[in-house]
Ligand binder design. Structure first.
Ligand code: XMP
Length: 296
C-alpha cells in the first residue's frame, strides 16, 4: 500500500508542476481513469481545475447521474455540456464505424476546445492509462497524438497516469475512496455510437438504451463487459439484439466469452417480453482473438 501512496504522491506532484499557475480542463466520463485524475488533480489544484462532462446522448443516463453524485460528494466542480442534438445530427447518417469514431472524437475535441477557451484554460488533463497508450502506440505514436491534440486544441497535454497499467490505476482508485466504480463495466468512449448498425435513429437509440439498462439491472456478476448490440437486420420488421458477455484483464489483447445460460435465458425472455420491437435475441460466442470485443 505504501507503494500506492508513493505513486499518488508522485502523480500529484506531477500535476502541480505540469499545470503550474494555469487553468486546466479535464473531460470526465464517469470511468475509473478520468475519475482518478480528477480526484487527484482536485487535491492539488482545486481552484484551477475545471471538470467537464459532455452529454452526448449516447451514454446511459445513470452514468451521468452517478458521476454528478460522486463529484458532488468529492466537492469537485463539474460542468455538464448538453450536446445531444449536435452528436445525433452529426452521426445519424454515418454507417462506417471508424468514421463514426472519428467524427465523435472531432465533435468532442471541438466542444472541449470551446469550453477551455470560455474559461481561459491552457492545459488539458487527459486520463489515459498505460494499457490504452500501448494499444494506441501500435496504430499511432503517442508523441504524434500529443502533437495532434496540441494542434487541434492549442492546449498543453498533461497525462498523469500514462505510465500506470489499469491494475495500478484500480489500486489508486481503491486507496482514494473510489471503490464503487472499480467494478463497473468498461464503457468505450463513443459508447452506444458503436453498438447500432445501419443508420442511427432515435428509435434505435432509445430502444438500445432501455435494453442496456435492463441487462445491466439483471447482471450481478463481474464481467469486463456485458452489453447488447442492436443489429439492423429485420425479421418480420423487428430488430435483432445480440448479447456479448466477456471477461478480460483490460480488453486490449484478449477476452474470453463467459456463458451463464440461466442468466441468458432470463435476459432473452425479459427482452422479448418487454420490447415488442425486438424479434430475436442472439448470443455472440466469438472469443478475442480472432475477433474484437465490439462488433464495429
Ligand atoms: P475491441 O473491440 O477492439 O475493444 O476488442 C477493446 C476494448 O476497447 C474498447 N473500445 C473502445 N474504447 N474508444 C474507446 O474508448 C473506442 O473507439 C473503442 N473501441 C473499442 C472496447 O469496448 C473494449 O473494452
Amino acid at each position: 500500500m505504501s507503494n500506492v501512496r508513493d505513486r499518488i504522491k508522485a502523480i500529484k506532484q506531477d500535476i502541480r508542476e505540469s499545470v503550474g499557475k494555469e487553468k486546466a480542463v479535464i473531460a470526465v466520463s464517469g470511468g475509473i481513469d478520468s475519475s482518478v485524475c480528477a480526484l487527484l488533480s482536485n487535491e492539488v489544484i482545486p481552484d484551477q481545475l475545471f471538470s467537464v462532462y459532455i452529454r452526448t446522448g449516447f451514454n446511459l443516463d445513470k452514468e451521468e447521474r452517478n458521476l454528478v453524485k460522486l463529484f458532488k460528494k468529492q466537492g469537485i466542480r463539474l460542468k455538464i455540456l448538453k450536446r445531444e442534438k449536435e452528436y445525433f445530427n452529426e452521426l445519424r447518417n454515418i454507417k462506417d464505424s471508424w468514421k463514426r469514431r472519428y467524427t465523435f472524437g472531432v465533435i468532442s475535441l471541438k466542444n472541449i476546445k470551446k469550453y477551455a477557451e470560455s474559461i481561459g484554460a491552457s492545459v488539458l488533463i487527459n486520463g489515459v492509462n498505460k494499457n490504452d497508450k500501448e494499444i494506441s502506440n501500435i496504430v499511432n505514436s503517442s508523441k504524434q497524438r500529443a502533437k495532434e491534440v496540441k494542434e487541434v486544441l492549442g492546449l498543453k497535454l498533461v497525462e498523469p497516469i500514462a505510465d500506470i497499467y489499469k491494475g495500478g490505476v484500480k489500486k489508486i482508485a481503491l486507496n482514494i475512496g473510489l471503490k464503487e466504480i472499480i467494478n463497473k463495466q468498461h464503457i468505450p468512449g463513443p459508447a452506444l455510437v458503436i453498438r447500432i448498425s445501419g443508420k442511427i435513429t432515435r428509435e434505435k437509440l432509445k430502444l438500445l438504451k432501455e435494453i442496456n439498462e435492463f441487462t445491466d439491472s439483471q447482471v450481478n456478476e463481474k464481467y469486463w463487459q456485458f452489453f447488447p448490440f442492436l443489429l439492423d437486420e429485420r425479421l418480420d420488421n423487428k430488430f435483432l439484439i445480440i448479447l456479448r458477455a466477456v471477461t478480460s484483464k483490460d480488453g486490449g489483447f484478449s477476452a474470453e466469452v463467459k456463458y451463464d445460460l440461466k442468466l441468458l435465458n432470463k435476459l432473452a425472455m425479459g427482452i422479448l417480453k418487454k420490447y415488442p420491437k425486438v424479434g430475436r435475441v442472439l448470443f455472440d460466442i466469438s472469443p478475442k482473438p480472432p475477433v474484437t470485443i465490439e462488433f464495429m
